[in-house]
Design a binder for this molecule. Structure first.
Ligand code: AHG
Ligand code: MN
Ligand code: MN
Length: 327
């Protein structure tokens, strides 16, 4: 049996990175326990305030955020944290070598209905050791990530992680509190017949995305010549996990629903860590045209369209967009 601790010892000589991953995943155990208690732990419902992005915060959004923040502030290797739920990045320990970014609770709308939610994290190098970290220190492309992963609080609690070229998965043993290795080299098939999108936004999409979904819905009778199936967890962490398990395409595309936002998902807390996992498992991750991991961020809270998953399907969507813009 390989636990997370022994895996990190064997596969990473960066003990500071290992220590920060241990801190994040330990908080994951606490969140997992709170979720299991559910309504009895008084964690459900609205917190009564909005985050910097104007979204209503759930109690568990705030709680998960504070648990991660407090634990990472105590970790001497963590120079600062940036979170979806915080207006600005919070400096931690100036001598630390690492920056941690997270979506403390992904899939907030699932909390109160007992459906899957998760925590997504990304770890970047800190370039100004000895000085207090600022928002601008976090503005590094996703290809700079030293590690990325998520915790999925589903019927069981799963940790997906990449610190080497491999993507690995652990299952949390509720009896021992250990994360136990269950997959040591996750790979996604290049082809798929499963896709995930919130189709109710159809009228807000660009023409090539409308065309793509029209083609999938036409199925066997259309140009694709085969039937496709929709699966939508309503938490990116759940949809990405399904794709790592059995392939598929996930997209939250560009839409005009909110004029000042390019898409719904956040580059630093959602798109970048998930893209690293998906690419290392052999899949593709784009904003419909460009590789997500090469986007140079300009704002810690910036949004980005996301198309990720099985490689050939992601390329198909990309070609539709490139051909359309060349017309
Ligand atoms: P969050 O709960 O962190 O705000 O993110 C939820 C995101 C993402 O996980 C999911 O794919 C998407 O929102 C679903 O949104 P809609 O139900 O509004 O389409
Ligand atoms: Mn999210
Ligand atoms: Mn969130």
């Amino acid at each position: 049996m390989t636990t997370l601790t022994s895996y990190l010892d064997q596969h990473s000589t960066n003990t500071e990175l290992n220590d920060v991953i241990t801190t994040v995943t330990n908080v994951g155990k606490t969140i997992s326990q709170l979720l299991r208690k559910g309504a009895l732990a008084d964690i459900l419902g609205e917190a009564g305030n909005q985050n910097v992005q104007g979204e209503e915060q759930k109690k568990l959004d705030v709680l998960a955020n504070d648990l991660l923040l407090d634990a990472l502030a105590e970790n001497t290797h963590c120079a600062g944290v940036a979170s979806e739920e915080l207006d600005n990045a919070t400096p931690a320990n100036a001598d630390g070598s690492l920056l941690v970014l997270f979506d403390p609770l992904d899939g907030s709308s699932n909390i109160d209905i007992n459906m899957a939610v998760g925590t997504i994290f990304s770890i970047l190098p800190y370039q100004r050791q000895g000085q207090t970290s600022e928002n601008s220190d976090f503005l590094q492309a996703g290809n700079q990530q030293l590690a990325a992963g998520y915790l999925l609080y589903g019927t069981s609690t799963i940790l997906a992680l990449t610190i080497t070229e491999n993507v690995v998965m652990f299952s949390l043993d509720p009896d021992t509190g250990d994360y136990v290795l269950i997959e040591d080299n996750v790979q996604i098939d290049a082809d798929t017949s499963e896709y995930a999108i919130n189709s109710s936004n159809y009228r807000y999409w660009r023409a090539p995305m409308q065309q793509y979904i029209d083609e999938l819905i036409a199925g066997e009778a259309g140009v694709r010549g085969r039937d496709f199936n929709t699966r939508w967890v309503a938490a990116m962490v759940g949809d990405v996990h399904r794709i790592l398990c059995r392939g598929g395409l996930f997209t939250y595309p560009f839409d005009t629903k909110y004029a000042h936002k390019a898409g719904k998902l956040r580059l630093m807390y959602e798109a970048n860590p998930m893209s690293l996992l998906i690419e290392r498992a052999g899949g593709g991750a784009t904003d419909a045209v460009n590789r997500i991991l090469d986007i140079e961020p300009t704002d810690i809270h910036q949004r980005v369209p996301v198309v990720l998953g099985s490689k050939n399907e992601v390329d198909y969507v990309k070609n539709l967009h490139v051909n359309y813009s060349e017309k």
